[in-house]
Design a protein around this ligand. Structure first.
Ligand code: GLU
Length: 288
């Protein structure tokens, strides 16, 4: 009787261990070396699905089937560091509100999409980075006198559902009339025809819109950022190994010149010098 029980416990334990080895991070990514998460997927399948923005010039912009911008270059650096060639990246367009669900559901392996690291999001997913620090700002008509968020009382401001800038307007500037869409580019015609007084999101995104040929001379970024938006790379919450690996890849990119090259080929074309990535500030990949 006793022997039987021990054997049964042993069998149950073996089964549990076996299941853990197969399941693990739950994304089916496990390689011959037994690695799981994005490291396992990259090793085993040599491909990755990466969520990016499609309508943010300089950062993540889709033209036909091609995606380009700083976030895209960062994603390529990360994929390469994981052993995945550029041609084996499947780009998936994300909007601000579906980034966490896409990661949680395994629709994407990684998200590189002007994605602010914060504690609320860390409840659901993990973040490597930051690889860039943006700040919330306002885009207004070139002749507007609006000088900052304090001036938004009673004014109409356009932003995006599920974004940190929209949330900050709701919490810190409740007298502003907030209009929300699923992506920032939908706000542009409204600013142009005067239906909204301002667009708010990260300065680096707004600068990209202001620089587009079709809006030349029409808009200006107010230029007084009122938050810190550290851009991270999102991945599954339990994929600590993957997160640490991505941080290692970012660290290497900061020292081998590939980070600077990514900037120079995209946002840096405006003449703005590449920022320094402070690699002492990379996340610890733990939970909050
Ligand atoms: N960085 C902010 C965020 O993650 C705004 C940009 C965006 O919506 O992608 O919410």
């Amino acid at each position: 009787m006793r022997m039987k029980r021990v054997a049964a416990v042993a069998a149950a334990t073996t089964l549990a261990l076996g299941l853990a080895a197969c399941g693990g991070d739950g994304d089916g990514g496990s390689s011959s070396s037994g690695a799981k998460g994005i490291v396992g997927k990259a090793e085993g399948q040599k491909k990755l699905v990466i969520g990016v923005k499609a309508d943010q010039p300089g950062l993540g912009l889709q033209t036909g089937s091609k995606y380009e911008g700083f976030d895209i270059e960062i994603a390529k650096i990360v994929a390469k560091g994981l052993g995945v060639e550029e041609g084996n990246i499947e780009w998936k367009t994300t909007v601000s509100a579906n980034r966490e669900p896409f990661i949680q559901q395994g629709t994407v392996d990684l998200v590189v999409a002007s994605y602010t690291i914060n504690d609320e999001r860390k409840q659901k997913i993990n973040f490597a980075g930051p690889y860039f620090i943006a700040g919330q700002d306002l885009l207004v008509k070139a002749d507007s006198t609006l000088a900052g968020p304090e001036g938004l009382d009673g004014k109409t401001v356009c932003s995006v559902t599920g974004s940190t800038p929209a949330k900050r307007i709701q919490s810190d500037y409740p007298k502003a009339k907030l209009q929300q869409f699923d992506s920032y580019s939908k706000c542009l015609p409204l600013l142009e025809n005067g239906q909204v007084d301002a667009i708010t999101t990260d300065d680096i995104i707004l600068a990209g819109y202001a620089a587009q040929d079709q809006y030349a001379g029409k808009f200006k970024v107010v230029g007084k950022p009122f938050s810190e938006e550290p851009y991270g790379i999102g991945l599954k919450k339990d994929d600590k190994t993957g997160c640490e690996k991505v941080n290692d890849i970012l660290k290497a990119a900061a020292s081998d010149g590939s980070y600077k090259a990514a900037w120079d080929a995209t946002l840096g074309k405006s003449g703005k010098a590449a920022p320094e990535m402070d690699t002492t500030k990379l996340t610890n990949c733990g939970s909050v």
